[in-house]
Write a protein that binds this ligand. Structure first.
Ligand SMILES: [Zn+2]
Length: 136
């Protein structure tokens, strides 16, 4: 009789395959995102200032980024809140505001991930992206 569980090889792809796969996915995402120039023609520069606030109003993180016309239109950030898994993607909201003709303004997103150990309550971390553009 054998009381020990059979040793199994770890299923799935090898570490190296995973690395290659991840690199391919990142590349595909970059391609799908396009550049600032292809997504929002006529823009020379996009400046974004990010502020992340917890549900109680405490500022958790601040960040800033600038995209030039040829830069990949990727504007996402990890949620610094207590959920530990949330991700904000500002690209759709910013693209919409700018394509409506706004040269500056702000968009706000809230994290909807459930809070770790929060009994189903959402993380509710809020991210504000203040933007300004320079047209070509
Ligand atoms: Zn979150």
């Amino acid at each position: 009789m054998n009381f020990y569980p059979k040793k199994r090889r770890k299923p799935g792809p090898s570490k190296n395959d995973e690395k290659v796969q991840r690199a391919r996915q990142a590349e595909a995402q970059t391609r799908a995102a396009g550049t600032l120039a292809t997504r929002l023609p006529g823009l020379a520069r996009l400046e974004v200032r990010l502020t992340f606030k917890a549900a109680n109003g405490v500022i958790l993180a601040e960040d800033g980024l600038t995209l030039a016309a040829g830069d990949s239109f990727q504007l996402d950030a990890d949620c610094p809140g207590a959920c530990g898994v949330g991700r904000f993607d500002f690209a759709p909201a910013l693209a919409e505001a700018i394509s409506r003709g706004q040269d500056s303004g702000a968009v706000e997103l809230a994290c909807r991930e459930p809070l770790y150990g929060g009994g189903g309550a959402p993380c509710a971390c809020a991210a504000r992206a203040e933007f300004s553009v320079r047209r070509a």
